[in-house]
Design a binder for this molecule. Structure first.
Ligand code: PLP
Ligand code: COI
Length: 356
């Protein structure tokens, strides 16, 4: 159990108005959580302090070699006024695994959850309540050793910041367009694709920028070896409903093991769908579309929740999915997940954790 020292912000900022549109990740609350790690001493000095800029050595490893990991989860104000987190232990476990992959000291899962709860409780008045709005929580660990050699780091900081946010895509809940990227790749098996670390996102920006310029929201990555099988989207895992079955790429080391992905698989099975986690080729998708069997596509992620895909481009082939409308299963999954997250639907799975 952490002993968290709290220093209140004496100059709290004005909060956004109730009807003010919120974008994603641009506003930050009054406090942040910080804890230090030094080899030999372990994690120490857990504290909540006023939100402020960091002071770092220009030589520190995070700035040169990308030694960092992060997480993303959300806090919701439930209809009965409770503040709820959704499966935070899963984020804690994934951050633990990401730290191990980057040779950084992992934060124990129970300390991660305690720190998130403590910070959210202090800034709970920042939780927005509009449709699709929540308090986005961004925990991250950075290597702060002032050392230019490439090697394992021995000094880290674990920091959590909070951002009242609206929907991730400017399209809102309307279907997005994505293209299958066949030039650039994001990750390969044996690399760091399954870890939530900045390098994977750095690798994705150029392709995403080209997709944006071409009128698409994100790219759908292909596997880095055969360039044949689809993997995931820039900030989401991907699902297809093909001829009545739910299909998603299997986890094999290059894809982020999404928490929304695991949630969707469980919900679909509960609804009676056959769910297949396997390799899915771009050709299979084009063939299914041609045969009228590619019924729905949706992405899953904390920021995006469930995002229907209305257009899928592969080379010259632009496939329109479900008439470019949100499909019935995508809608049902969105309603069920957001219903549980906001306490409108009873949480029979024990997925929510009450903060206060
Ligand atoms: N894949 C990538 C690359 C992501 O950035 C995300 C978002 O976190 C996901 C998948 C979905 O993961 P989760 O559902 O845990 O948010
Ligand atoms: C999330 O869904 O939490 C993400 O991390 C996506 C993105 C903002 C990186």
């Amino acid at each position: 159990m952490l002993d968290i020292k709290v220093t209140r912000n004496k100059h709290p900022k004005a909060k956004p108005g109730k009807d003010e549109p919120l974008g994603f990740g641009t506003l930050f609350t009054d406090h942040m959580f910080v804890m230090d790690y030094d080899e030999g001493q372990g994690w120490h000095d857990a504290r909540i302090v006023p939100y402020e800029n960091l002071s770092l050595s220009p030589a520190c490893s995070v700035l040169h070699y990308g030694l960092e990991v992060f997480e993303g989860l959300k806090a919701y104000k439930a209809v009965d006024g409770r503040v709820l987190l959704f499966r935070p232990d899963r984020n804690g476990k994934r951050m633990f695994d990401s730290c191990e992959r980057l040779c950084m000291a992992p934060v124990p899962v129970e300390d991660f959850v305690q720190a998130v709860k403590a910070l959210v409780e202090i800034d709970k008045d920042w939780i927005p309540t509009g449709e699709g709005c929540s308090l986005y929580i961004r925990p991250f660990v950075i290597a702060v050793d002032p050392y230019l050699g490439v090697g394992k780091s021995s000094h880290h900081q674990f920091i959590i910041i909070l951002s009242p946010s609206g929907l991730y895509y400017p399209e809102g809940l309307k279907p997005v367009g994505i293209w299958i990227e066949d030039e650039y790749v994001r990750a390969v098996r044996g690399g760091i694709g399954a870890a939530k670390t900045g390098g994977n996102y750095a690798a994705s920006i150029l392709a995403q920028d080209l997709a944006n310029k071409g009128g698409y929201s994100q790219v759908l990555w292909l596997d880095g070896v055969e360039r044949k099988y689809v993997e995931e989207v820039g900030a989401m895992n991907i699902f297809f409903k093909i001829d009545g079955k739910v299909v998603t790429p299997m986890l094999q080391g290059s894809i982020l093991p999404g928490i929304t992905r695991a949630t969707v698989i469980e919900l679909c099975k509960d609804m009676g769908y056959e769910v297949e986690e396997r390799k899915v080729s771009a050709q299979e998708l084009a063939d299914a579309h041609e045969a009228g069997k590619l019924e729905e596509i949706w992405g899953t992620g904390t920021a995006a929740i469930i995002s229907a895909v209305g257009r899928l481009k592969w080379g010259d082939n632009v496939m329109i999915i479900n008439n470019n409308e949100v499909g019935p299963l995508s809608q049902k999954l969105y309603d069920t997940i957001t219903g549980i997250q906001t306490g409108k639907i009873e949480d029979k799975k024990g997925w929510t954790l009450e903060v206060c």
